[in-house]
Design a protein around this ligand. Structure first.
Ligand code: HEC
Ligand code: HEC
Length: 247
């Protein structure tokens, strides 16, 4: 709770700085798409049909999602393709709706994903997200075996001077991620996919973060810091598959 409060305070400060900067600068030529509002997110989660895991596995095969993300949600061919196994369902639902509805742009790979998400129905999205949440992440190991001492400073402590809240405050300290189930799990994710996301937030090309928080934290990061953060998270054991939620 204390961490959350510190995080929110840093966030508020970061926003004040950003607002001042924005006011002083002319609007960019092509405005980035607007992220979902918290109300839109709640509304979308509220109208999500009850998931069917078997149909999720089916849709994953039929829609050829496995061609890039692997049959079990672990991308095999290209290290820039993210693993989707073990991600909490709400995170996947949001990602797919963002692609489908044009809120997650970024570089070319995001456009490719928007094409893949375009034909998905709410049923597909619900089924796929529930299915992925049950799959184990990369190099999954039992919880409790993490060496927290080697965490990069930014993960553990952030950088108050640059208004960066510790990554762990929101993304969690283990592959379980944030207990609220609404923040992407970074543990075990593909190195290049993490780096691409951070660079897209830093440039503003990716603007899908509801509170704009990731754009604020990524803006002052150097290439070297992005490399260290992505490398460290990629080396961590990924999430264990969890049994399907009872509904
Ligand atoms: C041609 C390769 C390709 C195909 C086919 C594909 N994806 Fe993707 N997917 C990607 C890439 C690349 C990204 C990262 C894009 C970005 O930078 O935002 C991605 C991102 C995602 C994400 C967000 C992951 C994250 O950590 O943010 C989800 C969820 C996802 N894909 C699900 C699917 C589903 C479901 C399908 C099938 C309907 C599918 N993908 C088909 C390549 C593909
Ligand atoms: C205040 C909470 C918060 C903090 C602190 C935070 N993040 Fe995030 N992060 C989020 C949320 C929420 C998202 C999902 C945003 C979206 O939907 O685009 C996210 C998304 C990401 C993604 C994209 C994941 C994906 O699968 O698409 C990466 C990579 C990331 N954060 C890395 C970091 C790093 C590295 C730090 C520390 C320097 C950090 N975050 C600090 C909340 C936070």
């Amino acid at each position: 709770m204390k961490k959350t409060l510190i995080g929110l305070a840093a966030l508020a400060a970061a926003w004040a700085v950003q607002a001042a900067e924005t006011a002083a600068q002319p609007a960019p030529a092509a405005a980035a798409p607007t992220a979902m509002t918290p109300a839109q997110f709640d509304e979308a989660m509220g109208r999500l049909p009850k998931p069917d895991l078997a149909k999720g596995r089916d849709a994953h095969a039929k829609r050829m999602c496995g061609g890039c993300h692997g049959a079990e949600g672990l991308s095999s061919g290209n290290p820039a393709w993210p693993d989707i196994a073990g991600q909490p369902a709400a995170v996947t639902v949001k990602a797919l709706l963002d692609y489908k509805e044009g809120r997650r742009k970024g570089a070319m790979p995001a456009q490719m994903m928007s094409g893949a998400a375009a034909p998905l129905t709410m049923e597909d999205i619900s089924n796929l997200a529930a299915f992925y949440a049950t799959l184990p992440g990369r190099n999954a190991k039992p919880y409790g075996s993490y060496k927290i001492s080697s965490m990069p400073q930014l993960v553990k402590k952030g950088d108050p001077a640059r208004l960066i809240t510790p990554c762990a405050a929101c993304h969690g300290v283990t592959a379980r991620g944030n207990p609220n189930g609404e923040v992407p799990v970074l543990h075990g994710q593909q190195n290049q996919a993490l780096a691409a996301a951070l660079k897209d937030y830093r440039s503003g090309a990716r603007s899908s973060d509801i509170l704009g928080e990731m754009r604020v934290f990524a803006k002052p990061l150097t290439d070297k810091e992005i490399e260290e953060l992505s490398g460290w998270y990629a080396e961590q054991p990924g999430r264990e598959g969890r049994p399907a939620a009872k509904k």
